[in-house]
Ligand binder design. Structure first.
Ligand code: EPZ
Length: 418
């Protein structure tokens, strides 16, 4: 069992080039299935979730060829329409293959997806929308069997909540459907725009992405393309939080400053100096951080991202004053707080609220990552702690960070994988 061993006390300093976005790359890999030709994806991160997506593609008959610079996905022949349970359970994003498979072959059998334990993560919005587009969906002994007799048809779909995954699944099914699909209350996350950018490069007709109303005009076939995945804004938030917490200085290169604005505008309130150009972000944090005065409410984009909640909290546990978080997206996204408290943090969780009273210092401890961002938050806290912290459960962290220990070490952090 691997662990990360972190000895705190170093200020992070230096330059770091951001990895490509996991949450863009996964739906784009599913979208490549629609093309029937080669798609070349550049800036695709090398992560366990990406390899899980490539296993799903291989299982249905596609080929994925990884090299240092890119991954090439060939989807000429689809030979299988059922995705086995063990692949579905590897990650939440496996459900995104449902919309793409229905668009390409008109049938697909899946089961409920796995992923981080953040509370109940139903797929009712995905299934309701796909039914509206003509899918016949039956559930039998844990399997979800979906079939579209002819071709999917366009539909007007109003989502009860701007779900990222449901918006992606609808888009993936709609691009090759017959007629126009309108999604109202669509998710506006930058990764949705990246997926649509990829699909447009393959010939799809989509407008309104980045807004709440997306319109997709279906067409019969898409073609292959070469596309560069956007930088990972949550990995960006991670390294900025770590640098802020250790009172360091960083230049993030290959960053997406505009997509990170909702996070940066809150981080700035801690007293850090932050300057951003289009693809670079500079942060300097010379002294103890200040607590954030306003409630930090996680909201769909362009609100404060739920994926950055644990990371900012790890920086604020040693800030001067009290910060209050409100988690509005997932029911169970404070599981990292037990580890932070074990390290000396003062955090009270009451339902969706977490009250963080800044303490002078944290102390190294043995802790266990229970989800991806919570695990990265433990690394951030450990970098500020006195002494050594051992973090177990790091397979969660590897799902979203390309060699996190190399990135942190390149900035001067004392971290090793054992
Ligand atoms: C995506 O998950 C991201 N994952 C998550 O990132 C991110 O936290 C989340 O969006 C919110 O931004 C990927 O992109 C792979 P949702 P997703 O559907 O699509 C409820 C990370 O750390 N809901 O927007 O699963 C749901 O339970 C990961 O990288 C329903 O009730 O998120 C949740 O409370 C973790 N019914 C809320 O909506 C549905 O049918 C938001 O979920 C669908 C969702």
């Amino acid at each position: 069992m691997q662990k990360l061993v972190v000895t705190g006390g170093q200020r992070l300093r230096g330059e770091l080039s951001l990895q490509g976005s996991k949450n863009s790359a996964l739906p784009i890999m599913a979208a490549a299935l629609l093309c029937g030709e080669d798609c070349t994806l550049k800036n695709c991160p090398k992560l366990t979730d990406i390899y899980a997506a490539s296993r799903i593609l291989n299982c249905v008959g596609c080929r994925c060829l990884f090299s240092d610079e890119c991954v090439v996905i060939s989807s000429e022949n689809i030979s299988e329409t059922a995705i086995p349970e063990e692949l579905m359970r590897e990650m939440r994003s496996s459900i995104i293959f449902l919309g793409a498979m229905l668009g390409r072959t008109g049938e697909c059998t899946v089961c409920c997806p796995g992923g981080c334990e953040l509370g109940p993560r139903p797929i009712d919005m995905h299934l309701t929308a796909l039914r509206k587009m003509g899918a016949d969906i039956r559930e039998s002994y844990g399997k979800i069997i979906c079939r579209i007799p002819e071709r999917a048809h366009g539909a007007r779909i109003s989502l009860p909540f701007p779900s990222v995954g449901a918006t992606e699944n609808i888009i993936l099914c709609a691009v090759t459907a017959d007629g126009e699909t309108v999604i109202n209350n669509a998710a506006r996350e930058p990764e949705i725009c990246d997926l649509c950018g990829f699909l447009r490069a393959c010939g799809a007709e989509i407008s309104g992405d980045g807004e709440s109303r997306i319109v997709i005009r279906g067409r019969e076939g898409l073609h292959g393309c070469e596309y560069s995945i956007m930088p990972d804004r949550i990995a960006g938030a991670t390294y900025l939080s770590m640098t802020a917490a250790t009172r360091g200085e960083i230049i993030l290169k290959n960053a997406c400053a505009a997509a990170m604005e909702p996070f940066i505008s809150v981080l700035e309130q801690t007293g850090c100096s932050i300057y951003a150009s289009r693809d670079k972000i500079f942060l300097r944090s010379g002294s103890r951080l200040k607590a954030v005065n306003e409630r930090i409410r996680t909201m769909p984009h362009p609100g404060f991202p739920t994926d950055a909640q644990a990371l900012l909290m790890a920086a604020l546990v040693t800030a001067d004053g009290t910060s209050i978080f409100e988690e509005n997206i997932f029911d169970c996204r404070y599981r990292h707080t037990d580890a932070l408290v074990k390290m000396g943090a003062d955090i009270q969780v009451l339902g969706k609220t977490a009250v963080v009273k800044g303490v002078e210092r944290l102390y190294g401890a043995n802790v266990e990552a229970t989800d991806l961002r919570g695990g990265a938050a433990m690394v951030a806290a450990a970098l500020t702690a006195d002494g050594k912290t051992e973090i177990g459960g790091i397979s969660h962290i590897d799902r979203g960070y390309e060699k996190i220990e190399d990135a942190v070490r390149s900035l001067g952090g004392n971290i090793k994988r054992v």
